[in-house]
Design a protein around this ligand. Sequence first.
Ligand code: AFP
Ligand code: FBP
Length: 335
Amino acid sequence: MSRVTLSRYLIEETRSNHTPADLRFLIEVVARACKEISHAVSKGALGGVLGSMGTENVQGEVQKKLDVLSNEILLEANEWGGHLAGMASEEMEQAYQIPGQYPKGAYLLVFDPLDGSSNIDVNVSVGTIFSVLRCPDSCDSSCDLGEEAFLQPGTRQVAAGYAIYGPQTMLVLTLGNGVKGFTLDRELGSFELTHDNMHVPESTAEFAINMSNQRHWEAPVKRYVDELLAGKEGPLGKNYNMRWIASMVADVHRILTRGGVFMYPRDGRDPSMPGKLRLMYEANPMSMIVEQAGGAATTGTQRILDIQPTSLHQRVPVFLGSKEEVERISGYHQG
Ligand code: AFP
Ligand code: FBP
């Protein structure tokens, strides 16, 4: 059987599902940037990319060299092509304006350039997460793009994906009709379709949560995790296994591959911080992917994709993965 590259997949999508040509171009450019990031990640100490920059991002987190480099790679790759009206990144306080010498396009690109950055220096999987929205009509080519243009619920995403830089580099993508996984062929330099129909099994026996925060969780989360830990002897009647990679990309990739539930709940320590994960850069794109793969994603009380964002760097509690488990968690929140 002939191999299906990302380019071929996108061209066929244009023909059969009328994916616009500029969206196709956008995805190709993002994929090329991810190849460059993958290359930098794989060089590690040899490329001088490990360690911190000594700066903090808008979230008050110490920036790693690779955080900053990946951000620059994505900005530079995407600013000139004429397909974007603007970009927003987890690493930048404000929206990125397309420089005046380039034309503007119909889309907005939102990304977390390097997710799981605590893993970089210890040689464990990291990733890039991205989300594509349409720019509201009110922003024409002459306007300076404000934060409001980006504040659209996740249901409006026209595409979402992530690249995982692990033993293999993969690009996982949804254009709103299922989830496809492409593996980077390093010799050819192209992403090849290897996972045609990624699907999250409805039920699971695996969960992912940072257990060190247990004492700060709310009652429904405590109850649910206690039941998981009780195993066969508990009310759920089966043994569960636990995995925590500290990179949402890697944890979600495992769930897309063999099922499971991923949780980053609200934390009682700081009432002004409803969870750790960012709605626009992490929760929305991952929720679209998981839903497109037959799973579910909620804050406990609301479907994540329905949230009307109020700010670019907003945080939300996240429970996503196998439907049965996510529904149980939602039920406990309602109860
Ligand atoms: P970064 O955005 O700093 O890379 O953090 C990644 C992340 O938000 C998410 O990918 C992980 O699931 C989570 O942090 C890990 O958090 P812990 O530090 O609580 O393990
Ligand atoms: P494999 O030999 O099957 O790869 O197992 C690996 C391993 O022995 C250790 O690398 C790892 O610490 C452990 O299993 C993980 O075990 P658990 O499933 O209990 O988390």
